[in-house]
Design a protein around this ligand. Structure first.
Ligand code: ADP
Ligand code: MG
Length: 407
């Protein structure tokens, strides 16, 4: 073994078996609360395959649920106490569920309590709201894989079942979004919760950000010996919020100058003419990213309608690459770690690779042959070593089933 190979041994984290994980969550509930739960529910994290920085311009995106899930073992109690615990955090909550109001709960329990609060319109006034919930999650926290949506959506499934609310999946998506924005006080566009609840195994989710309408798109990696390698670069940028706001403002300026409500409304067939009408060079590049990215999602979708991932893998990979290059050159939301991970993946034989999520740190994805995932990860780790970056973390994901009951 060469010295380089020795130093770059990396661990690929595939999600633990779902039924074993659900059984463990149930066991943790028993150890924590001293009796058996009524059931176990779970919801997955997500990655966005393509369609980045277009949501606030009413664009299109294509997320998929990943194999890593958050589990909620739960039981209804004949009281009004909401008691929450997590295997990943020591903070516990014990509160009168009738007194939930934004600001009343802090830390991670706000994501769960917020869902109960957001579901209030569906709860009969006479019903007791007491419940015990044990959270056990596999989605890495804060890696851009949406552990927060997985947590909210697992909680929504549990609460729906315990209180027999009769909500639709879309109503639970909306409750999870409301919990995050209005109760936990974080901002989210709805992509994460839609993907976590509405995804199907072997499929990506085509999401129209204009009205949150969705449909499944065949994306069966497993049967075609393909895999998605996720690299958490662990890079963080200090001015993310300001940079986001600036990109949003640039794209709004472009829409205003073109006389359309959003860039989604512009006729992308006239791309060069449209861009020619934008005087400012920066605004022109921002618009070019949004307009071409929306078109790339349409092209990606059309390719998957016309053939299998295996048959289309070359062109799909090229679209992933073009998306990243556009985010790097025109939208300028990458950082060196993201670019190095993508370049190393491509050089090591990935069909395509791009940053995923908002940028300025976070994760990349690479579409790879399943039996080459390890080698691609090692190449990325080696490149990080050469650049003096902190070691990245790797996850293997398959398109997974959305939120549901496990036990
Ligand atoms: P991301 O959603 O990308 O992982 P966020 O900052 O949106 O990052 O959400 C992470 C937060 O979600 C954590 O700080 C924590 O409050 C909460 N969270 C997610 N999963 C769990 C869990 N299993 N146990 C406790 N808190 C969790
Ligand atoms: Mg989140």
């Amino acid at each position: 073994m060469s010295p380089a190979a020795e130093t770059t041994a990396v661990l690929l984290s595939a999600a633990p078996d779902r039924s074993e994980a659900a059984a463990r969550a149930e066991q943790r509930f028993v150890e924590s609360f001293g009796y058996a739960p009524d059931g176990v529910w779970s919801a997955p994290g997500r990655v966005n395959i393509i369609g980045e920085h277009v949501d606030y311009q009413d664009g299109l995106c294509l997320p998929m649920a990943i194999s890593h899930r958050c589990f909620a073992a739960a039981a209804r109690t004949p009281t009004n106490r909401l008691r929450l615990r997590s295997a990943q955090d020591e903070l516990v909550l014990d509160i009168d569920a009738r007194e939930l109001t934004p600001g009343a709960v802090t830390g991670w329990p706000a994501y769960v309590a917020g869902v109960l609060w957001a579901l209030d319109p569906f709860i009969s006034g006479a019903a007791t709201r007491g419940m015990d919930i044990m959270i056990d999650g596999q989605v890495p926290l804060g890696a851009g894989l949406s552990s927060s949506a997985a947590l909210e959506c697992a909680a929504a499934e549990a609460i729906e079942a315990l209180l027999s609310l009769g909500t639709t999946r879309l109503e639970r998506v909306r409750a999870a979004i409301t919990a995050e924005t209005d109760f936990a006080g974080a901002s989210t566009g709805g992509l994460d919760q839609s993907a976590s609840v509405l995804s199907h195994e072997g499929h990506a989710l085509f999401l129209d950000c204009r009205d949150l309408s969705t449909r499944p798109v065949p994306w069966d990696l497993a049967s075609q010996q393909l895999a998605l390698l996720i690299t958490d670069t662990r890079a963080e940028h200090s001015h993310v919020d300001g940079e986001y706001a600036a990109r949003r403002a640039d794209s709004e300026r472009a829409a205003a100058q073109l006389g359309v409500p959003t860039l989604r409304d512009a006729d992308v067939d006239q791309l060069e003419t449209l861009l020619g009408r934008l005087g400012d060079e920066v605004v022109r590049r921002r618009a070019r990213h949004v307009l071409t990215e929306i078109r790339r999602v349409e092209q990606f979708d059309a390719l998957l309608a016309a053939g299998t991932v295996r048959e289309q893998v070359g062109e799909l990979g090229a679209l992933l690459n073009a998306s990243h290059d556009s985010l790097r050159e025109d939208y300028e939301v990458t950082v060196p770690q993201l670019d190095v991970a993508v370049d190393a993946a491509r050089a090591a034989g990935a069909h395509g690779a791009r940053m995923t999520g908002g940028g300025f740190g976070g994760s990349t994805i690479a579409l790879v042959e399943a039996d080459q995932a390890q080698a691609v990860a090692e190449a990325i780790a080696a490149a990080f070593g050469q650049h003096g970056f902190a070691a990245p973390e790797f996850f293997l994901a398959l398109p997974s089933e959305g939120a549901g009951q496990d036990r």
